[in-house]
Write a protein that binds this ligand. Structure first.
Ligand code: ADP
Ligand code: ZN
Length: 745
């Protein structure tokens, strides 16, 4: 027998299957992690068995040297998936495979954890033995403890009971009273349980859960879009759907955005399903990740809850994948392979005979359009549970405030609502999409703007640090006392950030405790959880933060949400700005009035008549969808087209510029050839120019932006760009191809 092995070396030259002989008696099967002699020196390299075959097409075949783990680490469906990813995301086969096992397994950097256990040795009479130990009290009490337990007792457990017992245990083994074994244990992350009652589902929840159950039972890889307004009880539907899936004897994967993978979320699932859950996220230790992964692989865990990469979890009996907050951009990987979790999930459930559920209060335009066209099944939860109303949204025109002479951060309305809320002992959340104190520092006399020395970006003033900081590269600078340009003392800070909002609240309500949540206050491990639970315990009345506070949280006592500046995201130079603004505003508004107390939202804006602001006021997703999809169609933006971007970065300005411009011409010629006469109109845009942020960390950046109409020729066009890019790496220090780039600057 022979095996096709993918060698674990990330290089295009060796990114293919190599044939090895399976030595007599070595139980190799598909998916095994193996060691093979490789190259001229026959150095042992790790690899993965992708397939078995009866014959080899050439005679001089080397033998597989060794099996690393006794079980196959990759499932057949994962190997097929990696094969597909290779083409779909233009990555190496091995890059895709590496996503499917814990990183520390490669290079054999992690081991199973074993503990010593002891039991009563066979044939020992407990009473007689105990009697004989009366002059050795330490041994006697350990022996009696093990007898009482009546099963395997682990040495750490015994030591927890009677500290310092190891010598006594060893003595008892030597005397033949106890026999020792070793047992594999799984290192598990915290097992917090958050008790939530098992509600009787509302009719709408029941209908949604039923539809999911039938789809999972049919097992044809159906995709269901669960569109439910904020607070409509989507989580409860997920829990029921998972129960149904387990009842079918299948496994489920739940993906949530990394930021909402808090002990609170996990605790809610753990309360329902106990040890059947495995958790995968970036804050696990290497040992925990390895062990959680093995619990899934070995079928001990039936439910996986995790961030984006958990979509690759090794579930052999996969029946259901749920993607919560499916519109979140964090479901697209930012590094190679740049996969979309939703796309991977759809393929996996199709292969395994399951169903995929996408849940959101603000579905992505693409998902909702697929639901309307019947490609996905649409499930709706139109109301909040228990007849609770959606919060009322009031819009304040900040221009009017200025005209009335109010140039503070808070409009009269927001100040008034805040004071009412606080007087009633309720809690408020204030949202501002900028961290720091002031977003830029400028001279009122000459217009000079303080910029980073390495980046083409203005410096943000951080009052708590009394200095300015670049949000791209982290560089810091003192706040100048006079203008570095005209030397006049008119340097001033502009633009509002979270720090300034917090200061304003404290000035207005000196007795009120506040908390601030942004990447500056969340640097330490565990700080996110600490802050959320402090707010839950009502240790503070006002929570101020960036989009981190907008997502998923369920604080029953929050009755007021203030959006300090609704326009900051609306005017970004990106076709997705309206969609992102609507999502953000709806999500943040949805934090108010989730329990029995009704909620209010005050939305401050300079553009009260902007359609997006109006739809956000009504929390009217379908209205927003129909408006925005028309805009996209008019301008042929995605989903009607696809953007590709190639960034050229180099320390030398000329090199980056030349690389980009030369490349653009050649690429355009090639693209036109591939598209042919019939596809003449497909290339909507191909511009080579300085990137919108022309310098980052000392690198000058140029970019080619390509926009292609979505037609049957799209696939070939993308392939052309990608092949071209691969062939021209090295034209400057860094080149990067992004398909559907998440940021346009
Ligand atoms: P969503 O994820 O849709 O925003 P959640 O699942 O967090 O909403 O539910 C909102 C609140 O309603 C939660 O506090 C939840 O415990 C509660 N809830 C959910 N379903 C029910 C139900 N059937 N009856 C009563 N309360 C419910
Ligand atoms: Zn910088």
């Amino acid at each position: 027998m022979f095996a096709e092995v993918i060698v674990d070396i990330a290089h295009t030259a060796v990114d293919r299957r190599f044939t090895y002989r399976i030595p007599e008696g070595l139980p190799v099967s598909v998916g095994h992690h193996v060691l093979v002699p490789f190259g001229q020196g026959n150095h042992l390299k790790e690899g993965f068995v992708a397939a078995l075959k009866d014959s080899a097409d050439y005679p001089e075949i080397k033998d597989i040297a060794k099996i690393i783990e006794h079980y196959p680490v990759l499932l057949p469906d994962q190997i097929a998936l990696a094969e597909w990813m290779k083409d779909a995301y233009h990555c190496l086969f091995v890059d895709a495979l590496r996503l499917m096992i814990p990183a520390q397994m490669r290079g054999m950097r992690i081991k199973e954890k074993k503990v010593r256990t002891v039991t009563l040795a066979e044939g020992v009479d407990p009473e007689a033995a105990s009697e004989s130990l009366k002059n050795a009290p330490a041994q006697k009490r350990v022996f009696e403890l093990v007898t009482r337990i009546g099963a395997e007792a682990s040495v750490p457990d015994i030591n927890a009971f009677y500290p310092g017992s190891t010598p006594a245990i060893n003595a008892l083994i030597k005397k033949g009273f106890l026999s020792e074994q070793s047992e594999t244990v799984f290192r598990r992350p915290g097992k917090l349980r958050i008790h939530t009652p098992a509600y009787t589902l509302t009719d709408a929840q029941e209908r949604a859960a039923d539809a999911i159950r039938s789809a999972a039972a049919r097992g044809e890889g159906d995709v269901l879009l669960l569109y439910g307004v904020t607070g409509s009880g989507k989580t409860e539907v997920y829990l029921r759907a998972i129960e149904d899936c387990l009842a079918l004897g299948k496994q489920a994967i739940v993906l949530v955005p990394e930021i909402s993978l808090t002990p609170q979320t996990v605790g809610r699932f753990t309360d329902r399903f106990g040890d059947r859950i495995a958790v995968l996220h970036s804050r696990l230790s290497a040992g925990e990740r390895f062990d959680e992964w093995r619990r899934i692989r070995l079928g001990i865990a039936d439910i996986v809850i995790g961030a984006r990469s958990a979509v690759f979890a090794p579930t052999e009996r996969l029946g259901l994948i749920i993607i919560d907050e499916e519109h979140e951009s964090s479901y697209q990987s930012e590094s190679q392979p740049r996969y979309l979790a939703g796309e991977i999930a759809a393929r996996r459930v199709k292969a395994s005979g399951g169903a995929l559920v996408l849940g959101s209060a603000t579905p992505s335009l693409l998902s909702y359009s697929r639901a309307l066209s019947g490609k996905y099944m649409l499930l709706e939860l139109k109301d909040r549970v228990a007849g609770r109303p959606l919060p009322t949204v009031e819009i304040v025109n900040m221009r009017d405030e200025l005209l009335m002479g109010n140039n503070s951060i808070f409009s009269d309305k927001l100040a008034e609502r805040l004071s009412e809320c606080l007087a009633l002992g309720q809690q408020a959340m204030l949202f501002i999409n900028r961290r720091g104190y002031a977003t830029f520092v400028s001279c009122r006399s000459c217009g000079y703007v303080l910029k980073c020395d390495n980046c083409d970006i203005s410096m943000t003033y951080h009052k708590t640090e009394s200095r300015t900081r670049c949000h791209y590269c982290g560089a810091v600078k003192p706040l100048p006392k006079e203008c570095p340009n005209c030397k006049k003392p008119f340097i001033k800070q502009f633009g509002i950030g979270t720090e300034q909002v917090e200061e304003a609240v404290r000035r207005l309500f000196p007795a009120v405790k506040t908390l601030r949540m942004d990447t500056d206050t969340m640097r330490e491990k565990g700080s996110y959880e600490k802050l959320l639970s402090a707010f839950h315990r009502k240790e503070a009345q006002v929570l101020i933060g960036t989009q981190m506070i907008a997502k998923g949280h369920d604080f029953p006592n929050v009755t007021l949400v203030g959006v300090v500046a609704a326009d900051t995201t609306l005017n970004l130079p990106d076709y997705r700005a309206p969609e992102r603004t609507f999502q953000l505003l709806t999500q943040v508004a949805g934090r108010a009035g989730r329990d029995s107390l009704p909620g209010r939202v005050v939305l401050q804006t300079y553009e009260p008549n902007h359609p997006i602001i109006r739809f956000a006021k009504e929390q009217d997703y379908p209205g927003f969808y129909h408006y925005e999809i028309m805009e996209r169609r008019k301008l042929l933006y995605p989903p009607f087209s696809l953007f590709l971007r190639i960034v050229f970065a180099d320390r030398d300005e000329r090199t980056a510029e030349h690389a980009c411009l030369d490349y653009a011409k050649a690429l355009e010629t090639e693209l036109r050839a591939v598209l042919g006469e019939e596809g003449k109109q497909d290339l909507l845009l191909l511009v080579a120019a300085e990137a919108p942020i022309a310098r980052i960390s000392g690198y000058t950046r140029y970019q080619i932006l390509i926009k292609l109409l979505r037609t049957k020729r799209l696939k070939d066009a993308v392939k052309t760009v990608s092949t071209f890019h691969d062939a021209h790496r090295g034209v400057c220090a860094e080149t990067q191809l992004e398909i559907n780039p998440q940021e346009m600057f």
